[in-house]
Design a protein around this ligand. Structure first.
Ligand code: NDP
Ligand code: 8X3
Length: 248
């Protein structure tokens, strides 16, 4: 299989690249930090290809795909993993730029990548798009405002892809993890405040990037007649809260 992974310079994406290559597949490692993906490609050898990509730029997506060398163009699996949360401030205080960046990356970038790769999959009569959703797209929480909304978008877009793709042989999955540690997700969310990021995982046994990579690999290696529409994972230590009721 040829697997195109956005956001392969860190976290889930890097773990997925290692998992797919270790199992004998080819991985295209895409992200903005060229040095990171180049190092990872070097570690993984001839079965990995580093491609600089900013998913918020249509020109960057077009250039990345047009520049794929012979033998790397027929993408079997697209993992739309590039994404981020910014901030946990309430809606009336959070900088609007943070919202814009999340929408541009998690929604606009994801749909643009998908639209660019899908025609080849449909023409070949097979393929899989795995989109990284989140529990934040299923359950509201304070400060989740636009991040959660982008992930709800990802889930509904994925299900609507399924509606369009029935009969084409192309599959689509929303992979929605809960609390997951060992990635840069919270460092990015707190704009580089590493102490605040570390606090998120204090006293927990979170999911790991390897757990998510193994799940993506399982989905991608299921028999062709099985489509996982949506899958939600949480660490055992994570649960649900009751409704908040503000009493006078
Ligand atoms: P990381 O911050 O560790 O990795 C995010 C990746 O996205 C990086 O490789 C980054 O690369 C890339 N990225 C960000 N913006 C862009 C862009 N504009 N163009 C290309 N690549 C970009 O996060 P995780 O691995 O934890 O998260 C991966 C995905 O999983 C995200 O979509 C996230 O929302 C989702 N998720 C994470 C959970 C968690 O708890 N960790 C739980 C549920 C979902 P670079 O900066 O080099 O471009
Ligand atoms: C990441 C999980 O709970 O921080 O998508 O929103 S959470």
């Amino acid at each position: 299989m040829i697997v195109f992974i956005t956001g392969a310079s860190a976290g889930f994406g890097a773990a997925m690249a290692r998992t797919f290559v270790r199992n004998g597949h080819k991985a295209i490692l895409a992200a903005r930090r060229t040095d990171r993906i180049a190092d990872l490609a070097k570690e993984l050898g001839d079965s990995a290809l580093a491609v600089t990509l900013d998913v918020t730029s249509r020109a960057s997506i077009d250039a990345a795909l047009a520049g794929l060398p012979e033998g790397w163009r027929d993408i079997d699996v697209l993992v739309n993993n590039a994404g981020l949360a910014l901030n946990t401030l309430p809606a009336h205080e959070v900088p609007l730029d943070d919202w814009d960046t999340m929408i541009a990356t998690n929604c606009q970038g994801l749909v643009t990548m998908t639209r660019a790769v899908l025609p080849g999959m449909v023409a070949r009569g097979s393929g899989l798009v795995i989109n990284l959703g989140s529990v934040a797209g299923h359950y509201p929480y304070p400060g989740g405002n636009v991040y959660g909304a982008t992930k709800a978008f990802v889930e509904q877009f994925t299900l609507n892809l399924r509606a369009d793709l029935v009969g084409t042989g192309v599959r689509a999955t929303n992979l929605a993890p809960g609390l997951c540690g060992g990635t840069e997700f919270s460092n990015v969310r707190f704009h580089g405040d590493d102490a605040a990021a570390a606090k998120v995982y204090e006293g927990t046994v979170p999911l790991t990037a390897e757990d998510i990579a193994n799940t993506a690999y399982w989905i991608a290696t299921l028999p062709a007649h099985i489509n996982v529409n949506s899958i939600e994972l949480m660490p055992t230590c994570q649960g649900f809260s009751p409704f908040t009721i503000k009493r006078s």
